[in-house]
Unconditional design. Sequence first.
Length: 392
Amino acid sequence: MAKWFASNRLREFVNSGSTSGILLLSCVMFSMAIANSPMGPSFESLLASELGRDFGSVHLRYSLLLWVNDGLMAVFFLLVGLEIKRELVSGQLSTPAKAALPIIAALGGVLAPALIYMGFNAGTPTAGGWGIPMATDIAFALAVITMLGKRVPPSLKIFLAALAIADDLMAILVIALFYSSEIHVDYLLYAGGVMGLLLLFNRLQISNVMVYVIPGMLMWYFVHHSGIHATIAGVMTALAIPVKVKKGGSPLEKLEHLLINPVNFLIMPLFALCNTNIAFEEGMAEQLATPLGMGILFGLAVGKPAGITAATWFAVKLNVCSLPENGSWKQLFGVGILAGIGFTMSIFIAMLSFKGAHDLESGAKFSVLVASLLSGVAGALFLAAAGKDRQE
């Protein structure tokens, strides 16, 4: 009896949404502890070590860090894309008004931080970093909101997921247009061809998920070599997978079921472990008071909730959209605060913005870290209080 009880308690723990969030945050703390210990340089070397092989003109040898950020995270984006598509077809985003809301909100959440950053940095050597506070880290934001459980309605969690996807796609577009050194159109055309093939499979109602996954891996390779961030291939693959077919059930739900535990308990923790190894250096704290630091801090912590809330308010008042089901304006503002968790994508853009300028890059990373921690804690507390008010 005790064994049965322990087994069920373990199953409940593993299946609970808060578990993945606790694991993710634990990996963040562990990674930062390593980075600021004597093991830091060895860990950096491990992340830089290369894995894979080259086969003639096919290049598949990359650093461990790149395999995690561009490879494994494409699987994460595949899962999120599947969830978004399911909601678009038969869920919280199934009407044009509901679907438009996260896109409009994301647009406000992208423009406001960029404008705030430029307000602090216009005419300075750091002006080129305007893209840093634009991005929301979907993995960490969803982990925090999931940990809040029933205090946040499911519609707001879907709204945040859709907003973060749209936000990241906008950030990827910004990287492609303003921060990429070279775009290879031929590889983009190859990726487009694979996407066309996947849509044909969808049209033919093919139910075998591997028929979509294997070409999706090929599309990942083409997108990666095009110069655009490869994780977009995960979203594109998800959009092609049918929700229902005449025979064989739901390929989308089948793949979603297969991916959810590996993503929550392997991919996201690895992602956190590899990307939060920020070593604290002398002078980092002083960077917070510079135009660079202020632009990032106010852009993420203030610009995100302000831009998202303002864009949503205008859209609702103009009857273009409606609030998420069972959600309040207070809760939506709390979601906006959580969207200020920029973290990995913001750090990635910072590295592109200040390549070769170590002090600026370190200062930007530290500012992103502080802003993301503030947004995560403030957003969680705000949403918990707002959820309690709604229940009362």
